[in-house]
Design a protein around this ligand. Structure first.
Ligand SMILES: Nc1ncnc2c1ncn2[C@@H]1O[C@H](COP(=O)(O)OP(=O)(O)OP(=O)(O)O)[C@@H](O)[C@H]1O
Ligand SMILES: [Mg+2]
Length: 287
């Protein structure tokens, strides 16, 4: 087994082109700005930051869905730029936020889960179905759902289908972008615990993006805090939660802690005055 990091980003930058109007074009948006991250085997890296800070863009770069304009992505020490989509998919799986739109409504659960194997030309149809049944069992879905359609299932059940589909090809790394934020609070914990159990069973490494600081605290070994496309603080979860060093991290933690219990998942909105104060801070950008 390679001792290289499972995933490494070196100075990765991505800009979206500005929107073209009739008379003008708006300025490009630098969604990810010189981000360097190293994810070692069995790490669970949490990425936090308010809406628009570049988390999903970073996830897409990690998945090879977006090529960075600058910088390098390495998987197991090999440049992802030299890999085919299929080679990347063999290493990296994903679970996205919305279990309602991420599953094809016209396909049965069995087909959806077996599809990645079909794409890879693995096994006979019967063998693929058998593997799909096994993985559905592992993620805790009763076999009767094999022939069901996604719209016959609850949000939590659908997210289990998405997890089964991600795991059927046995990737080493799973990128989860808000994996539970579309789910009821009572179901969130079940899905998160399932991810933790699967980590043992499949020897998985995770990148988990979440707005929910308690999810991050509960789940992760390391945390990266994003602000305006940059990573402003990165450390072990313990350190980040006990001794947040960057003022933005302190703001995030404070703004979360002030939310009343039972008020649902807090959105990471930092008030404008606090943000302005932070801009003045000398350690505004850590990198
Ligand atoms: N396809 C796109 N075209 C142009 N700009 C985009 C596109 N996708 C995202 N952006 C911009 O890039 C920035 C980062 O967006 P991104 O979706 O990565 O943020 P995020 O941290 O995932 O936010 P959220 O927490 O709301 O999901 C934002 O300013 C956004 O408006
Ligand atoms: Mg996002």
């Amino acid at each position: 087994m390679s001792d290289k990091p499972v995933l490494e980003l070196r100075n990765v930058t991505h800009e979206y082109r500005g929107r073209r109007g009739i008379f003008s074009q708006s300025a490009p948006v630098r969604a990810v700005d010189k981000v360097s991250i190293c994810v070692e085997r069995s790490d669970i890296l949490g990425i936090v930051g308010e809406s628009g800070s570049g988390k999903s863009t970073l996830a897409k770069i990690m998945l090879g869905l977006l090529a960075p304009a600058e910088g390098e992505v390495l998987l197991d020490g090999w440049p992802a730029a030299g890999m085919t989509r299929r080679q990347i998919a063999e290493r990296v799986g994903f679970i996205f936020q919305d279990p309602y739109s991420s599953l094809n409504p016209r396909q049965t659960v069995g087909k959806i889960v077996a599809y990645p194997l079909y794409l890879r030309g693995e096994g006979t149809s019967a063998e693929r179905q058998e593997r799909a049944r096994k993985i559905l069992d592992i993620v805790g879905l009763p076999l009767r759902f094999f022939d069901a359609y996604p719209n016959q299932m609850s949000g939590g059940q659908r997210q289990r289908v998405a997890i089964a589909r991600a795991l059927i090809t046995r990737p080493k790394l799973l990128i989860c972008d808000e994996p539970t934020s579309a789910l009821d609070v009572s179901v969130q914990a079940q899905v998160l615990n399932l991810l933790l159990e699967l980590r043992e069973e499949f020897n998985l490494t995770y990148v988990i993006i979440s707005h929910n600081m308690s999810v991050i605290q509960h789940m992760t070994t390391n945390v990266a805090v994003m602000y305006l496309g940059r990573i402003v603080e990165m450390n072990t979860s313990e350190r980040v939660f006990e001794e947040p060093r960057h003022p933005y991290t302190q703001l995030l933690l404070n703004s979360t802690l002030t939310v009343a219990p039972g008020a649902g998942v807090p959105d990471l909105k930092v008030d404008t005055a606090a943000r302005e104060a932070m801009r003045e801070h000398p350690s505004y950008i850590a990198q």
